[in-house]
Write a protein that binds this ligand. Structure first.
Ligand SMILES: Cc1cc2nc3c(=O)[nH]c(=O)nc-3n(C[C@H](O)[C@H](O)[C@H](O)COP(=O)(O)OP(=O)(O)OC[C@H]3O[C@@H](n4cnc5c(N)ncnc54)[C@H](O)[C@@H]3O)c2cc1C
Ligand SMILES: Cc1cc2nc3c(=O)[nH]c(=O)nc-3n(C[C@H](O)[C@H](O)[C@H](O)COP(=O)(O)O)c2cc1C
Length: 763
């Protein structure tokens, strides 16, 4: 094949090498606009795994690269005058110039025709003599831009400013240095890439950048300022720029996240940064470029594979890898864009939050990397939780927690789940066994299902209620069992179904109206849940008074039944949620319009409940932190204000759910998918939060808690199948400080022994 490679960065060079290695008969011309030695940037970092991939593809250049890498294991985080150092991270760094030189030499040896100082044309007609044209011309690819409509290019410009400096100061650890100036925070990512040089990327928000005057300074002034700010890390070494030709402000870059729907058009193929970018803070751009090159060369040379099939396989496989990395990179980018949220953390937690920011590294990954450090974090977490120094490390999920006078033995919560098994609102033997078993399972706190404040406020005829004296006695039987037989506390979730009421039990059709015997429903406005559901009646002030009185009465009954805590359900499209979401609230009075107006009635209800509930007992509120409808619905920004408003009204905990407020919503699911909202509300509104939503591993819970993303972790579906989830997790983690019902001790001991033996065997 005759191949033209446009661009002589890592992608272009390594693709040329990989093609020649597979078939020396390929004729490869590579065109690079710069001279061989001119390049932007300083060093790049890889993981050990990337080097293994390079060695497998080309042992010759792989070995040279491996032998020249600067290797280090430690990460240092400097914040608030403290240094937090952890180890085992396994990075390697190399100068970009040196990497390119190694690849150029290898390409030349293999017979690639290298044409430097050759500006490649962005018109496909000019490459008519070639079978394939490889666009390896980087993030600003001209040829991709020329054919953008065929590639479905999506470019997102991120907000922070950064400058890629070099310095002769040799950093022994990957260093993150955070400095506070009068204008705000500014920080550096620094790492050694050879014996005498380090990369030193300075990053800050656009606001701080402008306040520092960097938007007006020439490069000399900017460098002098950065040298002053980071003087204590640089030991008098200057910061070096290799973008000297640019006016000062332009040498500061903003990251552009690039995604392409299609990676080829006719015989033009995108490779490396031309196809996709990953934020520098996870250091994976060069890795992706090199691995793209390997895969593309592999499929193009596979016997019997046609070009279209080959390219389809190239994109399908690489795209998956790229999407995973871009997801992690997005989390990491956002962490740096919102780091002010975490500046109130103690340095050790700040460092933990930084290390787990991309969500690729979890609590257990950190244990594998540096057990003593991780155990230090666990001791710190436990000590904070109990209020005195603790010597033995324990998983964060087993730290106690206090809300007013209620003490929880641990941070795991059985999330509210409707069981649709009551009659006339009465909990029965099913509920006794169901809640009793889950409380025996070791969770610190068990929520009841949404228990309704009136018969008409039920979702279905199977919902439990708290509106008749016999309900109090039935619930008291369950609460008494939990208190007598377990360490768990029990919280009563109270709600009113509003526009989603009068429907079938869950397994007969979620949100589907009853076949017969429907009752009229009410809501903030005349907006039905779906075309199949009833048109609700918009509430009058008299309705509001009646509903408020029902909630207050239910709270008093909850107290009589002995509950430890009460939650107001203001999420998921039910009555109070129908006021909060602008999609379902179309009112023009003081209960509609602005967020303050939409919150007015839910807050009134909450305040009245709070007044009726004993002051020493805590209350929470469940909210939907987004309607998953963009700006048209509740946004995560608004959710922070919603959390603040309920906290001011006396909520001790915000139970952060999302969605189920609008039938056409498009939620984005994934592991721990709602946790970012709990994190944001907790650390911006500074109120305790509970995370929920596809959290199913002890590792998830520990990571969320130790990183300060939430205070409690609720699991719903995992508890349906495994009421003993918490005890099982304790056994799996070798944690003994959990109360096991004495009747079940033998089982717990045997499980712990077997799991420990399995773990030893695997190791
Ligand atoms: C601040 C910063 C730090 C980074 N740190 C890391 C890191 O630690 N680890 C990591 O893996 N990645 C890192 N990256 C990303 C990394 O630099 C890129 O992902 C990687 O270089 C992509 O390789 P590429 O060959 O696709 O593109 P590039 O390296 O951009 O190469 C494209 C080449 O094409 C040439 N070219 C462009 N247009 C033309 C034309 N019309 N004619 C001829 N030649 C042309 C350019 O001169 C260039 O040499 C970082 C990036 C930045 C901005
Ligand atoms: C069967 C079932 C019933 C539920 N009922 C309620 C409920 O009554 N009140 C509530 O706030 N959430 C309810 N939810 C939502 C859960 O509390 C939880 O937020 C959701 O299932 C996500 O958590 P998970 O991924 O751990 O299941 C219910 C979920 C399920 C699966």
């Amino acid at each position: 094949m005759r191949i033209a490679c446009l661009g002589g960065g890592p992608a272009g060079l390594y693709f040329a090498i990989s093609m020649k290695l597979r078939d020396p008969a390929h004729e490869v011309d590579l065109f690079e606009r710069n001279r061989a030695d001119d390049t932007f940037g300083w060093g790049v970092v890889f993981s050990d795994q990337t080097v293994e991939n390079l060695l497998a593809n080309d042992p010759v250049s792989g070995a040279t690269i491996r032998d020249e890498f600067a290797h280090w294991d430690d990460i240092e985080v400097h914040i608030h005058g403290e240094t937090i150092r952890s180890s085992g991270h396994g990075f390697i760094g190399i100068g970009r110039k040196r990497l390119l030189r190694i690849l150029q030499d290898r390409a030349r040896d293999l017979g690639v025709n290298l044409h430097f100082e050759h500006e490649a044309s962005a018109r496909l007609e000019d490459w008519a003599g070639y079978d394939l044209v490889i666009a390896a011309d980087g993030a600003n690819s001209r040829i991709r831009t020329a054919y953008a409509e065929h590639f479905g290019v999506d470019i997102q410009v991120r907000r922070n400013k950064f400058f890629w400096f070099g310095t002769e100061k040799v950093f022994e650890a990957f260093t993150f240095a955070f400095e506070e100036t009068e204008a705000g925070w500014i920080w550096a990512h620094a790492y050694r890439f050879d014996e005498g040089f380090s990369t030193f990327i300075v990053e800050t928000s656009p606001e701080t950048w402008a306040k520092l005057g960097l938007d007006r300074m020439d490069q000399g002034e900017a460098i002098a300022l950065c040298e002053r700010i980071f003087a204590r890390y640089l030991d008098g070494r200057p910061l070096l720029s290799n973008a000297a030709h640019l006016p000062g402000p332009q040498a500061w870059l903003t990251f552009r996240r690039i995604v392409c729907a299609t990676w080829h058009y006719r015989n033009l193929i995108l490779l490396g940064d031309a196809a996709h970018t990953a934020h520098f803070s996870i250091g994976s751009g060069t890795k992706l470029a090199l691995e793209d090159a390997i895969k593309l060369a592999e499929v193009l040379n596979r016997p019997g594979l046609g070009r279209e099939e080959a390219l389809a396989e190239y994109q399908a496989e690489r795209n998956l890898e790229v999407l995973k990395l871009q997801n992690s990179a997005r989390n990491s980018t956002e962490w740096f864009e919102t780091l002010e949220r975490y500046l109130h953390f103690e340095p050790i937690q700040f460092a933990y939050s930084l290390l787990t920011r991309s969500q690729r590294v979890s609590h257990e990954n950190l244990r594998l990397r540096d057990r003593p450090w991780l155990e230090g974090v666990e001791r710190w977490f436990q000590s904070k939780a109990v209020g005195t120094p603790v010597n033995d490390p324990a998983p964060p999920m087993f730290a106690p927690y206090r809300l007013r006078d209620m003490r929880l033995a641990n941070r795991i919560v059985v999330s509210p789940m409707a069981m649709y098994s009551a009659q006339d609102g009465m909990p029965n033997d099913f509920h006794l066994v169901h809640y009793g078993t889950r409380a025996q399972g070791g969770a610190g706190l068990v929520y009841t299902e949404m228990t309704c404040v009136s018969a008409e406020g039920r979702i279905s005829p199977g919902c439990t209620g708290m509106y008749a004296p016999e309900h109090v006695a039935a619930w008291k039987r369950i609460v008494d069992f939990v208190h007598a037989n377990t360490d768990a506390r029990i919280c009563l979730q109270l709600g009113h179904s509003g526009p989603k009421g009068s429907t079938k039990v869950g397994w007969e059709g979620n949100d589907a109206p009853l076949e017969a015997g429907n009752w009229p429903v009410i809501a903030a406005s005349e907006v039905p849940w779906s075309a199949a559901n009833q048109m609700p009646r918009a509430m009058t002030r008299a309705d509001m008074d009646a509903i408020l009185a029902q909630f207050v009465a239910a709270v008093s009954m909850g107290e009589e039944a002995g509950f430890d805590m009460v939650e107001l359900h203001a999420a998921h499209g039910y009555l109070l949620s129908s006021f909060i979401s602008p999609l379902s609230n179309r009112r023009t009075d003081e209960y509609g319009g602005s967020l303050a107006n939409r919150l007015r009635f839910p807050l009134e209800v909450f305040a009245a409940m709070r007044a009726a509930w004993p002051v020493e007992k805590p209350m929470s509120v469940r909210i939907s932190a987004t309607d998953w409808m963009g700006e048209a619905g509740v946004t995560p920004d608004e959710a922070v204000r919603i959390g603040e408003a309920f906290a001011e009204a006396g909520a001790d905990l915000i139970d952060v759910s999302a969605g189920q407020t609008w039938a056409e919503a498009r939620p984005v699911y994934g592991r721990m998918f709602q946790t970012p909202f709990a994190d944001r509300i907790r650390n911006e509104a500074r109120v305790a939060t509970m995370a929920v939503g596809n959290i199913y591993e002890p590792d998830h819970a520990n990571s969320i808690l130790a990183a300060g993303r939430a205070d409690l972790v609720a699991l719903a579906r995992p508890h349906l199948i495994d009421p003993m989830w918490t005890l099982r997790s304790a056994a799996a983690q070798g944690h003994r400080g959990v109360r096991v019902p004495p009747q079940y001790l033998n089982g717990m001991e045997q499980l712990a022994r077997n799991l420990a033996r399995d773990a030893e065997f695997k190791a």
